[in-house]
Design a protein around this ligand. Sequence first.
Ligand SMILES: Nc1ncnc2c1ncn2[C@@H]1O[C@H](COP(=O)(O)OP(=O)(O)OP(=O)(O)O)[C@@H](O)[C@H]1O
Length: 499
Amino acid sequence: MAATTTPPSIELPAALPSSSAGRRLAVACSGGRDSMALLHAAVREGASLGAEVVALHVHHGLSAQADTWLDHVREQCARWAFEGLPVSFQSRRLALSPGVGESVEALARGARYQALAQMCQEAGCDAVLLAHHRRDQAETFVLQALRGAGVAGLACMAGAMQRHGVTWLRPWLGQPRERIEAYVALHAVPFVDDDSNVDHRFARNRLRLAVWPALQQAFGDAEQALAQAAAHQSDVLACMDDWLAIRLPEVSRAVAAGQGDEAGAARLALDVQAWSIWGEGPRRELLRGWFRQATGRVLPASWVQRLHVEALGAAAARRWPMSLRALAPNQPGLEGEVVLYRGLLTWRPWAAVPSVFSPWADQPDSLSLHIETAGRVMLPAGWGQLMVEPVAAEGVPLSWLNDCELAPRRGGERFQMAAGRPARSLKKQFQMLAVPAWAREGPLLWAQGQLIFVPGLGMDARAWGRPGETQVRLTWRPAIIPDPSEHAGIPPVGRAVAG
Ligand SMILES: Nc1ncnc2c1ncn2[C@@H]1O[C@H](COP(=O)(O)OP(=O)(O)OP(=O)(O)O)[C@@H](O)[C@H]1O
């Protein structure tokens, strides 16, 4: 078949907007088959067009093989440069530390794009080429569908995009994988096999190894059909973006920001009455669009369903506390609440949320806590939650939390801010530190007959641990109803019993 044996060529003129001569072009190269093939093609075409190619490699510091990949790309570039070809090499090492429940893959991908963009700018290149091909696109479509993605996810990868101030191009996105294999065989392009490609923990590997062969056998043109479906979704996405740009302003408006927002900031509020005249589908899409604009994050499907029903049906004011975990460096965690007030739906980050300590009527008036490790302690209804963080100094010894008690203010408590300072009434301390009234309401934590923690003030200096002792700092947050799907992998720690 001609389609599988004709080696692809990269279209450098398309990658380089004006005359190619004297231009610099970057190729993101992992050392694997596809990107080594793309680098090989770019270097050869660059030589004939008078363009210079810079190979960019990111060492993630995650795999035992990482040094081998880096050496492979660097040495190959050195060999080609020695032969007189216009290529140079740049690399960057990352030090990634994934947080609890954070996807290592997503973290590595986000950090890789940032590092590639920086190297591209430093090298003065016009664009970065990525070696994704049609099979990658088809796989991405299947993986997105299996995640329950919407149009934006199903549109998969774009052939050209701007991100981090850099142009990214995927010149081989329409090329079948077999053509890249044929190119590699024809030119004997040396590459390194990634041993993590057989690791079944990664969804893409499971798809490649267990599903794709059967799919291809049953549906010979699966790769082409799925890539075509992605291209169609990309067109639909462009239409959706245009539609939202017109419709969202009709059902939303900017309202003055509140406590905890940046100075001069405004919040985008969804006008429930204007929103409610739309049919169900557009309403859900407007809700997603509003949330994305208000927070920069995608509203998870479970929240779309819930808010759509509850905000529409809510008679009066209502709050939905929400906590979304970090997904990647450009998608940090989000904690706050969606608030419905006077017909407007707004997002308020935690910093802007007044603390409300309101144990339910059937709750005890104090709680005995047994906390053994740092983490998030979910308390019974209305009590909120305690965050327990390890610190090197000015924290309470962790062992004290094995047996402690949380109780509302009863009056007469005294708090000491720092060593050598007098203990003063809470009221005085709150005034001295200008803690607003709404942040003074949280429950107090006691251990060994000593007040150890006051929300808004911190850890009482009389309870601070000795240097070298394992110690922690506490913060308290008002009641929160987490989305269970967002908390996978973050087990609550400690347990609370009625005191
Ligand atoms: N460590 C890296 N350094 C530089 N670029 C990278 C790196 N990893 C991936 N890329 C770029 O991102 C593209 C997609 O990466 P991905 O890991 O999804 O693909 P791959 O199938 O492993 O590709 P390859 O065979 O080129 O390694 C690669 O083709 C390459 O252009």
